[in-house]
Design a protein around this ligand. Sequence first.
Ligand SMILES: [Zn+2]
Length: 188
Amino acid sequence: MSACLNCASDYQKKTMRRPHRYVESGLSFVLLTNMAALVCKCGEQPWLPDARSLSHAITEQLIRRPLRLTFECVRFLRKAFGMTSDEFAVLLGTTRQEVSRWENDRAQISGLMDLRLRLEVIDKVLPPRAAHRQLRDAVVAVMVKRVSSEDPTDNGGDIVIDATPHYSRKGSRGDRQPRIAIGAGAGT
Ligand SMILES: [Zn+2]
């Protein structure tokens, strides 16, 4: 393991006991358990798992939730597509202005658009899988059930995700250095 650029002591890796609220995702309700942290003389800093791998895990849980997609969910999913607001509007057959209203919490996405978005996510964002059909059916079932229990105060609680499988294996190409607040920058 490498040394801290700031204090020059070797990093010790440890598992954080408390879940980390993964606000870096743009979502306020995702908790990561078993997050790693790097410890040196400067203190302890969380080491975030691979964002892309996590994004798929969060996306799947998000579209399975029996709750209308909120502004932060819409924004998160648009980014998961890697789309601009314009492209996203074309995908869903709406306008950029409407997408902007959803993302700024000035309008709620309609039930029809919500379902359409989830199905597009299954087709275009999540990796292909054998159980593709079952996931579609599960999402449609969830959307139908949701209609009967629509309560704007029900936020559904947190999505909890185990971070462990989302760290790239040590020594692999994807094993990136953590982002360091102090002392990072030009390499040696
Ligand atoms: Zn340090």
